[in-house]
Design a protein around this ligand. Structure first.
Ligand code: PLP
Length: 427
């Protein structure tokens, strides 16, 4: 399946029905799975046999969809989670404990920033947030002896800063830790971070992957490339026996290709239970089947919208990494030559008040916290998703008070531009 092009993988990867079996991925709407003997079930609990016993840990519908995302990213193992937040939490907590430290780009989705800076800090895991445009020396200086991972977003939400992934991967590897990339905005259609040195990829599948505002979800994909066994003292959870599974050592039993995702599934899903419902996994798959068609349309529409607002007298500034002249155009061309995403940010002259008048005037675009959807939606992050951040944190995350985030959908672009036009006339 991995030899197929991405467009074919979007439709077929992860599930190949046998003769007479359902063409669509079946929705296995069952919490439990029956076994004929206690021994057969015991082997599952000792991780000696593969199989399903309880949907909190694994479910066939979710696993088929995870396998599709795994193929699209070019990974070796993947899992779905109930949300993107759960994916990012698991991706880090799988290799970090109290007393550990992570280097993260400061340009992150507000919810991720809060998860790291507030909630995970309470768990004893600390983060150093670095300017994504920092020099190699500045990046190196952020590492500590207890650093266990580096984290960033391919295209930061909502700052639209393109991460120099190779710079971050080199620094991570020089310090013996993996690079975790949240690839939500680019999707594997636009960028495959493993090709640029990332070791783990996460997604809020709620966004383009689902694409139709149907279900909140997340995914974690492992490249299988990071050699945990080179640093057993740093990653004891992967390289030494797990007493909660009768002493299994994940890297020994599941190899580099399976250790990380197996550990996250059997420990974190078991204990935290952030599992998607089979129905949501099914709906996510329906979205994935057209991801390769929707992404180019999002990108083409967003570019036209960016060009339109760039030339409008009532617009102060515009950010779109696919727009020539954008600060991140060169990095976008390097990492995403076939298109970035459908999100454009801009400032309406007149600051927050003008921004609010403009947003209230929109008819086609919906004001919604959602982003990366087939339908155009719009948001003012400083007063919503990022409102917990201080002024300094807002600045570090690249979110100015006048920033409007327009998630350009796949409607006819002329209608989107006409809507912007009439709303701007009211400002
Ligand atoms: N990562 C990014 C880049 C996001 O944009 C979001 C949500 O907007 C998340 C993670 C969190 O995902 P979810 O809302 O599915 O929990």
């Amino acid at each position: 399946m991995r030899d197929y092009q991405k467009g074919t993988q979007c439709l077929h990867a992860g599930y190949v029905p046998g003769s007479g079996e359902p063409r669509n991925i079946p929705i296995v709407q069952s919490t439990t799975f029956r076994y004929s003997s206690s021994e057969a079930m015991g082997a599952l609990f000792d991780l000696e046999a593969e199989g399903y016993f309880y949907t909190r840990l694994q479910n066939p519908t979710s696993d088929h969809v995870a396998a599709k995302i795994c193929a699209l990213e070019g990974g070796t193992a993947a899992m779905l989670t109930s949300s993107g937040q759960a994916a990012n939490f698991f991706a880090i907590f799988n290799i970090c404990s109290a007393g550990d430290h992570v280097v993260a780009s400061a340009a992150l989705y507000g919810g991720t920033f809060n998860l790291f800076a507030v909630t995970m800090k309470r768990m004893g895991i600390t983060f150093t947030f670095v300017d994504p445009n920092c020099s190699k020396e500045e990046l190196d200086a952020a590492f500590q002896p207890n650093t266990k991972a580096v984290f960033g977003e391919t295209i930061a939400n909502p700052a639209l800063i393109v991460l120099d992934m190779e710079k971050f991967a080199q620094a991570a590897h020089a310090h013996g830790v993996p690079l975790i990339i949240d690839n939500t905005f680019a999707t594997p259609v636009g960028c495959r971070p493993f090709q640029w040195g990332a070791d783990i990829v996460t997604h809020s599948t709620t966004k383009y992957m689902d694409g139709h505002a149907n279900c909140v979800g997340g995914a974690i994909v492992d490249s299988g490339n990071f050699d945990w066994t080179k640093y057993p003292d740093k990653f004891p959870g992967l390289c030494t026996p797990d007493e909660s599974y009768h002493g299994v050592t994940y890297t020994e039993r599941f190899g580099l290709e399976g250790a990380y995702i197996t550990k996250a599934t059997v420990q974190l899903m078991r204990d935290f239970g952030a599992s998607p419902s089979p129905m949501n996994a099914y709906l996510l798959n329906v979205g994935l089947e057209t991801l390769h068609l929707r992404m180019p349309q999002h990108c083409a529409n967003a570019l036209k919208v960016a060009e339109y607002v760039q030339n409008h007298p009532k617009i102060a500034w515009v950010n779109y990494p696919g727009l020539e002249g954008d600060k991140y155009y060169a990095l976008a061309q390097k990492y995403m030559p076939n298109g970035t995403c459908g999100v454009v940010t801009f400032g309406v002259k007149g600051g927050q008040k003008a921004a609010e008048t403009f947003m209230a005037g929109l008819q086609l675009a919906s004001i919604a916290t959602h982003v990366a959807d087939a339908k155009t939606c719009v948001l003012h992050p400083a007063s919503s998703t990022h409102r917990q951040l201080t002024e300094e944190e807002l600045a570090a995350a690249g979110v100015s008070p006048d920033l409007i985030r327009l998630s350009v959908g796949i409607e006819d672009v002329q209608d989107i531009i006409t809507d912007l036009e009439q709303a701007l006339e009211q400002v």
